[in-house]
Design a protein around this ligand. Structure first.
Ligand code: KIV
Ligand code: ZN
Length: 541
């Protein structure tokens, strides 16, 4: 809503949601009164998405440039204001991704991260050369431990470096964002000096990260309030929050920051990010939408949240925890009898959000063996997957095979089929797998692999059927490969269900995530293992 319709300062304006009509109706003539009325309007909160930078820093979640461009376009469609596309100096892959994302998106600002180092800034500016709205995000640690141990420096030297990096970045772009790393543990008085100095040096946005996720919501809110009240020139710039979730308070801290004057929230899809992750985009967007009394609005088209969440989860092979707020599988599932009864009588008894508002349509057409290609295409698109005709034809063939085995094909099945389409690009494919196992015998597996068109075979025994299959694969691919994480989940219920497997495999010291789904869970496990190994092969190519 543009402003509250109950009226301004006691003047009843009826049901008007258009600014001009409103001004005409009550004939506000003086500038002073208009200014006063603005206090009742919603303020805009800018959504800065760092899924492709801070989110992608998670071991095993790396995307290639093409995948990053796909995600960036989805973020643009979702209504994100700023996309942090990467850290160009960190790798050639990050540099190229920033270049390609800059070309691919139209209206969001594209941002590139740097340290307070001139060569970083120069390279970031080069990577941003095609961006319609480029932003350089530069900064330095300001907490006592960063100053002393990370930089072996002094507060005064750090202040100088902060000023210099902003001034240097300003030579390349107008829009310069400064971050005070570990601001959460930085003394407020010193932080205010740094913020004031970088504003004078030309920063347009100042980011106050709670890098370690340590702050309490009241403490973080007070920090922002302190800056708003003590920094000269702060009202000329945007203050940003960037909260990590180490103590589970990232969203609460972000909200507290916004309620005290910050107007940019730095977030990731599904809250992914290093350690316990970052603030979730979907949580911030839905809190602000649900609590109109905060008078804070975003540009997020919340109906697209579910599909973007699923796309990021499947591309990064990062399962979303079932009870995750807004996007978890159980977020709108009512299993207890009392709750089901209440929801059936009136949804609002137990639900504060209509699932349709986040893009979950429970009445969507059910996909079965009689569904056509168009229905499958429509469902894929609503889940955030676009396929050209040839890929769609292949996917439809697989869909019909699955629909023959299952009564009903659910969204997860469709995403699994789309994943198979992605894994079709893998260089190493499972040609065949035969396993004999049972009670009282040691399981044995024979495996056939197709590696870039060449066929290989091996046999092995193991503690269980999955162990035997993986051992056989390891006989063909002789690299250091260690399974670090292994999760098998059923999509649905019933013994005819498809099992999905997420696996993290350490290959030559680096973690890679793999995913596969199959009605045979041993095959799904072998395929997930190979999916991870394929990523290692691509990264080393
Ligand atoms: O958590 C953090 O402090 C960051 C900065 C680099 C912005 O990610
Ligand atoms: Zn961070």
């Amino acid at each position: 809503m543009w402003f509250q319709s109950e009226g301004i300062n006691g003047i009843n304006v009826g049901n008007i949601t258009n600014k001009n009509a409103y001004l005409e109706k009550i004939e506000i003539k003086t500038y002073k009164l208009i200014q006063r009325s603005y206090r009742y309007m919603s303020d805009r909160v800018y959504i800065f998405d760092t899924t492709l930078r801070d989110g992608e820093q998670v071991p095993g979640c790396r995307l290639n440039t093409q995948e990053k461009v796909e995600v960036a376009k989805k973020l643009e469609g979702l209504g994100v204001d700023i996309i942090e596309a990467g850290f160009p100096v960190s790798s050639p892959g990050d540099f190229t991704s920033v270049v390609e994302i800059s070309k691919a998106v139209t209206w969001p600002t594209v941002c590139a991260l740097t340290r307070a180092v001139e060569s970083d800034i120069k390279i970031a500016a080069e990577a941003l050369r095609f961006a319609k709205r480029p932003r350089i995000h530069t900064g330095i640690g300001t907490s006592p431990s960063h100053i002393k141990y990370k930089f072996n420096s002094t507060p005064e030297e750090i202040l100088e470096r902060a000023i210099s990096c902003v001034k240097y970045a300003k030579k390349f772009v107008e829009d310069v964002q400064f971050y005070a790393e570990d601001a959460g543990r930085t003394d407020n008085e010193y932080l205010a000096r740094v913020v004031e100095a970088v504003i004078k040096a030309g920063a347009t946005v100042v980011n106050i990260p709670d890098t370690t996720g340590y702050c309490l919501p009241t403490e973080f809110g007070e920090k922002i309030k302190y800056l708003m009240e003590h920094v000269d020139g702060i009202h000329k710039v945007t203050i940003a929050t960037h909260c990590h979730n180490d103590l589970g308070m990232a969203t609460a801290n972000t909200l507290s920051g916004l309620m005290n004057g910050a107007r940019q929230a730095e977030v990731t899809i599904n809250g992914i990010g290093e350690r316990a992750g970052n603030t979730s985009l979907e949580e911030v967007a839905m809190i602000l939408k649900s609590h109109a009394e905060l008078n804070l609005d975003t540009n997020i088209n919340t109906k697209k949240i579910a599909s973007v969440s699923r796309m990021v989860s499947s591309m990064m092979n990062m399962p979303v925890q079932p009870n995750k707020a807004i996007v978890g599988r159980n977020a709108f599932a009512h299993s207890s009898g009392i709750h089901q009864d209440g929801v059936l009588k009136n949804r609002e008894s137990y639900e504060i959000i209509d699932p349709k508002d986040v893009g979950i349509d429970e009445n969507a057409i059910v996909l079965t063996a009689r569904s056509g290609r168009a229905a499958l295409k429509h469902r894929l698109e609503s889940l955030g997957v676009h396929m050209e005709k040839e890929a769609l034809d292949k996917c439809y063939e697989e869909f019909l095979k699955l629909a023959d085995k299952k009564r009903e094909v659910v969204d997860e099945d469709v995403l699994m089929l789309a994943g198979e389409h992605r894994s079709a690009r893998n260089r190493i494919k499972l040609d065949y797998l035969q396993v004999s196992s049972g009670v009282g015998i040691r399981p044995v597996a024979s495996v056939g692999l197709d590696i870039a068109g060449e066929k290989f075979e091996a046999c092995a025994s193991g503690n269980g059927p999955v162990d035997a299959a993986i051992r056989a694969i390891k006989k063909i691919i002789s690299r250091q490969m260690l399974i670090k994480d292994f999760l098998i989940q059923a999509f649905d219920k019933g013994s005819n269900d498809v099992g999905k497997v997420h696996m993290t495999v350490e290959c030559d010291g680096v973690n890679h995530n793999g995913f596969a789904a199959n009605s045979d869970i041993i095959a799904a496990s072998a395929e997930a293992f190979l999916d991870a190994v394929n990523k290692a092969v691509v990264n080393n190519a």
